[in-house]
Design a protein around this ligand. Structure first.
Ligand SMILES: *[C@@H]1O[C@H](CO)[C@@H](O)[C@H](O)[C@H]1NC(C)=O
Ligand SMILES: *[C@@H]1O[C@H](CO)[C@@H](O)[C@H](O)[C@H]1NC(C)=O
Ligand SMILES: *[C@@H]1O[C@H](CO)[C@@H](O)[C@H](O)[C@H]1NC(C)=O
Length: 284
């Protein structure tokens, strides 16, 4: 081997050792810098709050103004029913609702797209009092919704909350106008949960196709689902932004599920809710 070649080999070995050493040092320095950066940014915050910075809407167990001093058992008066209806379907849906609605006992509203025509008036006291939705086209002038009806239905939560009269409300129960509610069973189930925490209680569909299209982790309005007071209180302030963010979705329950997911709230499954979609069952 010539001396030049020997020298070259020696140099190459040196370089290899050097680069390995440099690499190790670089990694160590990078690690240190990252550590210092993290400590500087989050070091003064308690663990909870540093976690907070990574969550868009904060810690899901944040306290709410719900009345925690009232430890009495949950009863029917603590539930506010939010029933998605339509003037077009009311003639045939009224018997479903009246089968479970208890006059002067159950609280809540049937939500309609426009005031009921003469044929439905005077509005019977055996039906839930109706409310008419705000016009979503006037509220979201720059948004193009796949299905305005779904946005309107989803906003029932917001509009219900805004009615005020939220005193003593522990649960908002979303239902359709063809949902059959077993009121006493529902009271018993909800009584197990703490309404001052974030809860989204329902079940997925018994039709596999629906779950596949939307989510296996979503509550369906057909079966009904419940939102705790604390959750609704947190949700309403985010709802405008959320509706804009999910304007491409075409089912109010799916928008609801997405907005709740953004709040870090997962569905709590209760097997007592049942959702069957006949049309979809036929299709799949
Ligand atoms: C909580 O409930 C108690 C007893 O029902 C009542 O006196 C108090 O005003 C309530 N507080 C709030 C903030 O609603
Ligand atoms: C439900 O409980 C509240 C107290 O939390 C009470 O004021 C109300 O009268 C009860 N309603 C019924 C129907 O028992
Ligand atoms: C409901 O309340 C109204 C007004 O207080 C009363 O006239 C009506 O008889 C009540 N209905 C039932 C079923 O108790």
């Amino acid at each position: 081997m010539s001396s030049a070649a020997t020298k070259f080999t020696q140099m190459e070995q040196k370089l290899q050792t050097l680069s390995l050493g440099t690499l190790c040092k670089s990694i160590a320095i990078c690690g240190l810098v990252l550590f210092l950066f993290y400590t500087f940014l989050f070091g003064n915050l308690p663990y909870n709050e540093s976690l907070h910075l990574f969550m868009p809407f904060g810690n899901q167990w944040s306290p709410s103004s719900a009345n925690v001093t009232d430890n009495l058992p949950t009863n029917v008066s603590h539930i506010r029913f939010v029933i998605a209806g339509s003037v077009r379907t009311w003639l045939h849906r009224r018997p479903y609702v009246e089968a479970w609605w208890r006059e002067n006992m159950t609280r809540g509203n049937l939500w309609l797209e426009f005031p009921p025509p003469k044929e439905f008036l005077p509005w019977p006291s055996s039906s839930p009092p109706f409310r008419v939705h705000e016009d979503v086209r006037k509220i979201y002038i720059h948004s193009r919704f796949v299905d305005e009806v779904q946005i309107r239905m989803y906003r029932s939560i917001l509009e219900t909350f805004r009615l005020g009269d939220n005193k003593d409300v522990r649960w908002y129960v979303m239902a359709d106008d063809d949902t059959l509610v077993f009121v006493d069973n529902l009271v018993e189930v909800l009584g197990k949960y703490d309404h001052t925490k974030y809860y989204y209680i329902g079940t997925n569909s018994e039709c596999i196709g629906s779950n596949a299209i939307f989510s296996f982790n979503m509550g369906y309005g057909g079966a009904g689902y419940a939102l705790s007071y604390a959750l609704v209180e947190a949700l309403v302030s985010k709802m405008h932004d959320c509706i804009r963010r999910y304007q491409h979705l075409f089912l109010s329950d799916y928008i609801s599920h997405s907005c709740l997911a953004d709040l870090g709230v997962d569905l709590t499954i209760e097997k007592g809710y049942h959702q069957v979609i006949i049309a979809l069952t036929k299709r799949f």
